[in-house]
Write a protein that binds this ligand. Structure first.
Ligand code: NI
Length: 172
């Protein structure tokens, strides 16, 4: 018997679920662990840096960030019912999103973030980070609020990706 892989299809722009607000997780049970393992397999297969539950169609306040592809000291981090406590600074960096294949854009976001969240066992933790991981956390957190990275595009950047967005929408 091989290793069970539980990857799911990633929800692509055009699907209205991406605009929904996700609901708090109430039980730290087996179902939550299964959800995170599906998300982790999906993220690995897509070679992405982060994924929120809504991107596999589950409206729960859960996201994962895994920067191990770009930083060998990093591992999978799980954030359940996260709260952004503080942000500061500013940085511009090229950003993508697994729900928007082929679209990348330089975006300004805070450079530091302080976040409070629960782990898979229901233990609360706080994390203060900067740089790429801060950006990934802010990007994924937005997904839980139904917010998408294109919302930050300038009018010019938006008009440049208009055709691509239309194609994604038509295919979804
Ligand atoms: Ni995204």
């Amino acid at each position: 018997m091989g290793v069970a892989v539980a990857e799911k299809e990633i929800v692509i722009y055009g699907n209205s679920v991406l605009r929904e607000v996700s609901q708090p997780v109430e039980k730290f049970d087996r179902e939550l662990k299964n959800l995170v393992s599906q998300m982790s397999d999906t993220l690995k297969k897509a070679r992405g840096l982060g994924l929120s539950a809504v991107q596999i169609g589950v409206l729960q306040r859960v996201f994962i960030v895994d920067l191990s592809v770009v930083d060998i000291n990093e591992t999978l981090r799980v954030f359940v019912n996260p709260e952004i406590l503080e942000t500061s600074g500013e940085a511009e960096f090229e950003e993508g999103c697994l729900s928007f294949p082929g679209i990348y854009q330089k975006l300004v976001r805070p450079d530091r973030v302080k976040v409070r969240a629960y782990d898979l066992d229901g233990h609360v933790f706080e994390l203060e980070v900067k740089g790429l991981i801060a950006r990934a956390i802010l990007h994924e957190y937005d997904h839980l609020e139904g917010k998408l990275f294109i919302d930050y595009f300038s009018p010019i950047a938006k008009s440049l990706v208009k055709g691509k967005l239309r194609k994604l929408k038509a295919a979804s």
